[in-house]
Design a protein around this ligand. Structure first.
Ligand SMILES: Nc1ncnc2c1ncn2[C@@H]1O[C@H](COP(=O)(O)OP(=O)(O)OP(=O)(O)O)[C@@H](O)[C@H]1O
Ligand SMILES: [Mg+2]
Length: 455
């Protein structure tokens, strides 16, 4: 049976196909072998696979020194499959053997994956043993059809006061956390990983520094929290194909935990580095570049990953928080701009707020949660309207205050806004280890507003 057909059956849910596939599992499947024809930079052209391989398939290359190197097919160029390597290729040359790896476009997630840290190839680095499950999940599963994405109406307590009170999230919502470098994105994700109430937490650490993995797992998660988390990591020094694969693997695992009845939280740090990996791959595959030096495929592939997250009828969906590095604090650079459009809201971290020492440095006026109106009760919405109006009034005089040009007592409305702002700031200040409660956060906000009103 050709490997391509086996893959078709593997991606099908039909029991008859499954039985057939299982019957074939023991049978010998003919190996598909090609040969390296040319190498330039990281781009490996392989002959003999074009009729069998598909984009995303892994090939195993036998180098001249006998070592084996894995690579992923990223494009086809005439009769050649173009592959990018997962490792060092100095011992590789024309004529080297290339074996197509069957079933490399699928993963088999399992309950045992919780409590483990994986690399981009799905190897368990910490924890385990992580075993394969019984069902194939395609790494590049298409997103669910729009009609199957139920509305987000159930509020979810995420344990961070600024977000609970101002940007109340719904189950299955997808939010971007936007900030320049060093403003607290990773720390905020760490708080969500440990405070938000979910059955399974999938964390994708893509293209960030190696130390962040240790930070995340050791600093933010208690042993109990670790036991309900699956972490996928591919650091910035690793090849682009591996960073992309780790991202797909993480989303695939989140789909499995959702399909097995869990409330799933998905955290990604960062989608900017995922986009950078897509760009590197696109450039290596000789795609023409467009907006901001990004090949067009980057903006086609990003939503294919992000749209797999979010609500899905009949399940609790996948609630997701994704960090976006805003280069030079420019929200309109191409990746930020595109990601903002794909998600259901954005949380902005402001450098000025961080510099003032208030963490998490969430700008509650400029951030938006599109699900908030659906998941908040009427009194909460009313309180927020007043809160935002007061904070906006404060911002109008902020510069004057800083320069000492406004004297308290001059204008009652302004005095109220200043008073309110000071109380709000102390409410929004939250230590990393402290968990807040949704109902309590809403009560506190309303209490502050009531006090200001009665003054
Ligand atoms: N909640 C917090 N409480 C106290 N300090 C914080 C908090 N969040 C961030 N910081 C401070 O800001 C620094 C940078 O935070 P963090 O690494 O989370 O930022 P980042 O946006 O992920 O940075 P990068 O863009 O480099 O990845 C931390 O080392 C810490 O000093
Ligand atoms: Mg970070």
């Amino acid at each position: 049976m050709p490997v391509a057909d086996a893959k078709f059956f593997a991606s099908s849910d039909l029991p008859a196909h499954r039985r057939l596939l299982e019957a074939l599992a023991g049978a010998r499947v003919a190996e598909i072998v090609g040969r390296v024809r040319a190498i330039s930079d990281q781009r490996i052209a392989i002959g003999g696979l074009a009729a069998h391989g598909a984009i995303g398939d892994v090939v195993h290359l036998r180098a001249r020194d006998g070592s084996e190197i894995a690579a992923e097919i990223v494009a086809f160029d005439g009769p050649d499959a173009i592959a990018l390597p997962f490792g060092e290729i100095s011992a590789l040359g024309p004529g080297c053997e290339a074996r197509l790896s069957p079933a490399s476009a699928v993963a088999r997630p399992d309950d045992s994956w919780l409590g483990c840290v994986f690399d981009g190839m799905g190897r368990c680095l910490i924890g385990g043993p992580a075993v394969d499950g019984s069902r194939d999940y395609p790494l590049r599963r298409p997103p669910p059809p729009a009609a199957a994405r139920g509305l987000t109406t159930e509020p979810v307590d995420i344990g961070v006061v600024a977000m609970n009170a101002f940007l109340t999230c719904g189950l299955g919502q997808r939010l971007g956390i936007f900030a320049g470098s060093g403003v607290g994105k990773t720390t905020l994700l760490g708080m969500l990983a440990s405070h938000a109430r979910f059955d399974a937490v999938v964390i994708a650490l893509i293209g960030e520094r190696g130390k962040e993995l240790a930070d995340f797992v050791l600093r933010y998660l208690s042993p109990e929290q670790r036991a309900r988390a699956a972490v996928f990591v591919s650091t910035s020094d690793e090849p682009a194909v591996l960073r992309r694969r780790a991202s797909f693997l993480a989303v695939t695992a989140a789909e499995y935990f959702r399909d097995t009845g869990r409330r799933v939280l998905f955290l990604m740090d960062s989608v900017t580095r995922f986009a950078a990996a897509l760009r590197e791959i696109g450039v290596a595959a000789a795609e023409p570049t467009g907006v901001g030096g990004y090949p067009g495929s980057v903006f086609a592939q990003m939503p294919r990953l992000l749209e797999r997250l979010g609500p899905l009828e009949g399940t609790s969906g996948i609630t997701a928080f994704i960090t976006v590095l805003v280069e030079g604090d420019d929200m309109n650079e191409p990746v930020s701009d595109a990601v903002r459009g794909f998600l259901d809201g954005h949380v902005l971290l402001d450098r000025r707020i961080a510099d003032g020492g208030r963490y998490p440095a969430i700008d509650v006026v400029r951030s938006v949660s599109r699900a908030a109106p659906q998941v908040q009760v009427a009194e909460h919405r009313e309180a927020l309207r007043r809160a935002i109006a007061l904070e906006s009034a404060y911002r109008e005089v902020e510069d004057l205050l800083r320069l000492g040009l406004y004297k308290r007592g001059t204008d009652q409305r302004t005095d109220r806004a200043i008073e309110y702002h000071e109380r709000l700031e102390s409410m929004l200040q939250q230590e990393v280890a402290d968990r807040s409660e949704l109902e309590e956060d809403v009560r506190t906000l309303r209490a502050i507003l009531d006090e200001i009103r009665s003054e």
